[in-house]
Design a protein around this ligand. Structure first.
Ligand SMILES: *[C@@H]1O[C@H](CO)[C@@H](O)[C@H](O)[C@H]1NC(C)=O
Ligand SMILES: *[C@@H]1O[C@H](CO)[C@@H](O)[C@H](O)[C@H]1NC(C)=O
Length: 575
């Protein structure tokens, strides 16, 4: 009798075990939203009740660090569990992210993403929203860097990022940069032509009219091409895809958040009875900002606040759907942002369009805490205790290892994985995280090191260089819109600039041998750590090299003929 009962119960017991150990995964990532924007991290005026719900019902990490202060490298690290330099998604130049959908760089195909491992484990997987890790390699439809190749079965979203250029009347980032770069060569050409004509008339130098004619034609062509390119940048870069098809070019922000939310919920409903991984990668609150009529003008923080509050609404809709499907107890939820808020961001009218990094210094594009201290919330009722807080060092690379361990898959053994399993910390089984050192890169340049010595409360952070804020005394690089990683835009420090984040989280007062008796010992340990770490970084092809960044016309994704300027709308009044 007992045996029969056991045989009867066994599948049930193991089945229950199964759902407990192999949960669904839902990851929310905001774009350029700072830790100071979120209610549960202390913002009292920007309303994020749904995001706060995750903290309430789960764990809030106070020391959660993005692997890079820019979108493309941070996302590469998040998906692969590795520092971006290891995959070559770290620029040696001044541009650290992909700017054109027709660039040839992207996350290398050999990289292992946790989405790929989940897919291999039988999960249904989807990316809804922003990708920003490349598109094509050699032809305009090889899609070598499309999310499909990185473990996402279903894709509804943008290959690139939302940029000011994506919404008419919002100004531009790329076109003003391009204009600057084109102005100099064109003006040289014009000056040369004028000089030639003058010399000709002065009888000092003879040129044929043919030369002048061709010169003028070249100038006109250059300017015309630039104008056409800039005018069409919105179509070229800002399109919406469903799987491998472009369905809206340029994308419309009308109801966009609602469409994305529906897509996310429909995906979960289609997979209600199978394990799934849903990555909701919001394009809010990157500029150009937008919000639906229901949210416009409703927040206390202008359009930026409206955009964040709408994203919060979307999070709430998705959480509600999980609850309604009865999947709450076997769904692992992670909420984060790709890096800190972009403090330099403002509208043409001067309205502040960047978020808040709370008490932290600097923002996006810097390795000051404001650039990389991100929200990190986890929820899994019954497994992760509710309402707990951890101050331990964690990284957005940790999700890789955590997920891999949870589904019982094995970590790739042929490469270094920098993330650690978060479960013991989230469950309160250990008090100290496994991260003793974290290395902070500004593009491909090692910028700072964080050291949490075991059995010590101090958290040292040593900067090898710091960005020069402009205007001096401000909190960002307002002259260049983002901070740079190379001279003359940075100041190098030898010995490194040292802070103790446990006492000075806002990084206001660098320590000296006078104020910190162990100064030299600390610096020595950090130098040794840098040496050990650097030895593990191998040389790999650079995905953000000049050649991999430039716009290549033959790679341009286009849903209609060029004469229709790559325009189409196949969303068909969905929404
Ligand atoms: C809340 O967020 C808004 C918008 O970013 C910001 O202006 C405000 O300073 C934040 N409040 C706090 C207390 O950080
Ligand atoms: C979900 O887990 C919580 C916490 O363990 C428990 O109280 C609740 O009854 C569970 N709900 C369901 C539907 O199993």
């Amino acid at each position: 009798m007992k045996l029969v009962l056991l045989a009867f119960l066994l599948p049930w017991i193991t089945g229950a075990q199964h759902t407990k150990t192999r949960p669904n995964f839902v990851v929310f990532m905001l774009d350029d939203v700072g830790i100071g924007d979120i209610g549960c991290y202390g913002n009292k005026t920007l309303r994020t009740p749904n995001i706060d719900r995750i903290a309430n019902d789960g764990v809030k990490l106070n020391h959660h660090i993005a692997a890079a202060p820019l979108c493309t490298p941070s996302r590469a690290a998040f998906l692969t569990g590795r520092y971006p330099v290891r995959s070559g998604v770290a620029s040696l130049g001044s541009v650290g992210v992909f700017l054109f959908s027709a660039s040839s760089g992207g996350l290398p195909a050999e990289e292992v993403t946790f989405s790929k491992l989940l897919k291999e484990e039988g999960y249904s997987t989807a990316l809804i929203g922003k990708w920003h890790l490349g598109m094509n390699c050699n032809t305009r439809d090889d899609l070598c860097h499309h999310p499909h190749h990185y473990g996402f079965d279903y894709f509804y979203g943008m290959i690139m990022t939302n940029l000011k250029d994506c919404i008419r009347g919002c100004g531009s980032v790329i076109s003003s940069g391009l204009r600057r770069r084109f102005t100099v060569p064109t003006s040289y050409l014009v000056i040369t032509l004028i000089t030639l004509v003058t010399l000709h008339y002065a009888g000092l130098f003879r040129v044929t009219w043919r030369v002048i004619f061709y010169g003028i034609i070249i100038v006109i062509l250059l300017l015309a091409l630039l104008q056409i390119f800039i005018y069409n940048l919105r179509n070229l870069n800002c399109f919406l895809m469903r799987d491998q098809q472009i369905i809206q070019q340029p994308f419309s922000v009308e109801n966009l958040t609602r469409r994305m939310t529906n897509e996310a919920i429909n995906f979960m409903q289609r997979n209600e009875n199978k394990p799934f991984f849903l990555f909701v990668s919001f394009i809010q609150a990157h500029t150009a900002l937008f919000a639906s009529p229901d949210f416009r003008g409703k927040s206390m923080h202008g359009l930026y606040g409206d955009a964040v509050e709408e994203a919060d609404w979307s999070v709430g809709q998705i959480l509600d759907a999980i609850e309604k499907m009865g999947l709450r107890n076997n769904t692992f939820i992670y909420f984060t942002s790709d890096q800190g808020a972009h403090v330099e961001e403002a509208a043409a009218t001067g309205e502040k369009h960047g978020g808040s990094n709370g008490i932290y210094k600097g923002g996006k594009s810097t390795n000051w805490e404001g650039g990389i201290r991100i929200p990190g919330l986890f929820q899994w009722p019954g497994v992760i205790p509710a309402g707990t807080v951890s101050d331990e060092l964690t990284s957005n690379m940790d999700i890789f290892t955590t997920v891999v361990k949870l589904v019982g898959s094995s970590l790739p053994s042929d490469r270094i994985i920098d993330g650690h399993d978060l479960m013991p910390l989230l469950q309160g089984k250990i008090r100290t995280s496994e991260h003793e050192f974290l290395f902070h890169y500004c593009n491909a340049y090692l910028n700072a090191v964080r050291w949490h010595p075991r059995h010590s409360n101090s958290i040292w952070k040593a900067f090898l260089f710091t960005p020069n804020f402009y205007p001096e005394g401000s909190n960002g690089c307002f002259n260049t819109h983002v901070c740079m990683c190379i001279a003359p835009f940075v100041t190098y420090h030898d010995p490194p600039l040292l802070f103790d984040l446990s006492k000075d989280p806002s990084e206001t007062t660098p320590l000296t041998p006078e104020t910190e008796p162990y100064f030299h010992d600390i610096i020595q340990v950090i130098h040794q750590a840098v040496e050990n770490h650097t030895k593990t970084v191998q040389k790999v092809p650079n995905q953000l090299s000049f050649n991999n960044l430039i716009w290549k016309p033959w790679l341009q994704p286009c849903c209609s003929s060029l004469s229709e300027f790559c325009y189409c709308d196949r969303e068909g009044g969905q929404a």
